[in-house]
Design a protein around this ligand. Structure first.
Ligand code: GLY
Length: 358
């Protein structure tokens, strides 16, 4: 896999990345006897027409529409998808095309992988977050009760098409949300990506989006290639996510939910501070990392009386082993380590740092 390669295979997955990479889709679908396109009400209006324009006229699939949003990433929506597939008489050698963001690729991958013991599926991520993270790496599943991604399986799509054409369909907040994961790759493994970002905020990236998406997608593919099932190394991708997930879950219960990226950006600030305390991240590197995050993300407002709730939410995380939370932290800017035990009082101090630091 080369830095600027548009079409390559890693593991069993074919990747098509870059401007106009969707042009490969028509030929791909000619070999499939029947396909279904999973959309939500937004991607049906904003993204399906883009896809239809690219596909030859004689290539059409049946549409399955679900409601957008994390609230709908649950077993009820799975039932609806399985019912539609059943009514369409879908067969195991048909294909599901997941056209959307992380919710669509998570639930679409899960329902396809479990329908009649497994149908083929491909991902066409339409959000920045999906393009650099959710659509890559085979994590599929749904939320269950209050637990995020509680039911699911590792199951790879046959192909992933990552075309920046869809970025035009996103609002600023959605774009910013994906940028948090891009910053994460820069901090955990990719100093070259830090150079390309060159101290810019997400709204200053301009013509470099294509390059930045390509580099981030390759970073994620490189990690999952080494550790598909998250037995070890893949955990570096969780940097910022232990505290980030707790914040995301806590705010979900309020009238002002925050995006995944906003939560991860806040989590990365706390966990950068923890990295300075625990894993040798130098102070000047910590300051640079935090100032780059602050360029794109305003600090989230929460008070110290929420800290205990946030702490117990980190305990529900799948990364907890034997009661003690294990964090992925930075050793230096561009290098991460994983499975670092962090005691509760340090987690609480990192929240203190976050709200006091500005
Ligand atoms: N989003 C983190 C992972 O796929 O492992």
């Amino acid at each position: 896999m080369q830095e600027n390669e548009q079409k390559f295979t890693s593991g069993n997955v074919n990747y098509y990345i870059g401007q106009n990479s969707l042009k490969f889709l028509s030929d791909y679908l000619k070999k499939i006897n029947r396909f279904f396109i999973l959309v939500d009400e937004n991607t049906e209006v904003n993204c399906l027409p883009v896809l239809n324009k690219i596909l030859s006229k004689d290539i059409t699939g049946d549409i399955i529409q679900i409601k957008s949003g994390e609230d709908n990433k649950n077993l009820d929506t799975c039932n609806l998808i399985w019912e539609k597939l059943t009514n369409f008489n879908a067969d195991r050698d048909n294909l599901v095309i997941n056209l959307g963001g992380g919710v669509i690729t998570d639930i679409g991958g899960f329902t396809a992988s479990t329908y009649k013991r497994g149908m083929k599926f491909i991902n066409i991520p339409t959000t920045l977050l999906g393009q650099v993270d959710a659509a890559i790496g085979g994590k599929t599943g749904v939320d269950f009760k209050e637990y995020k991604n509680h039911i699911g399986l590792f199951s790879n799509p046959e192909s992933v098409f990552i075309d920046p054409v869809f970025l035009n369909t996103l609002n600023k907040r959605q774009l910013r949300s994906g940028f948090a994961e891009i910053l994460k790759y820069a901090f955990i493994m990719d100093p070259m990506l830090t150079d390309i970002i060159n101290n810019r905020s997400f709204s200053e990236i301009g013509n470099d989006w294509g390059k930045i998406i390509h580099k981030s997608a390759i970073d994620k593919i490189t990690v999952v290639e080494k550790d598909e099932k998250e037995n070890g190394f893949r955990k570096i991708l969780n940097f910022g996510h232990t505290i980030g997930h707790a914040l995301e879950t806590w705010f979900l219960k309020t009238d002002n939910p925050i995006t995944h990226g906003e939560a991860v950006a806040a989590g990365m600030i706390c966990e950068t501070w923890l990295s300075h305390e625990f894993t040798g991240l130098k102070e000047d590197e910590m300051d640079k990392i935090i100032s780059l995050i602050d360029k794109s993300f305003e600090r989230i407002i929460f008070k110290s009386d929420t800290f205990d709730d946030l702490l117990s939410l980190t305990k529900q995380d799948k990364k907890v082993r034997g009661g003690s939370s294990r964090y992925s932290l930075l050793k230096s800017s561009g290098e991460a380590v994983f499975d670092i035990p962090v005691e509760d009082n340090w987690m609480l101090r990192s929240l203190e740092f976050y709200i006091m630091d500005k």
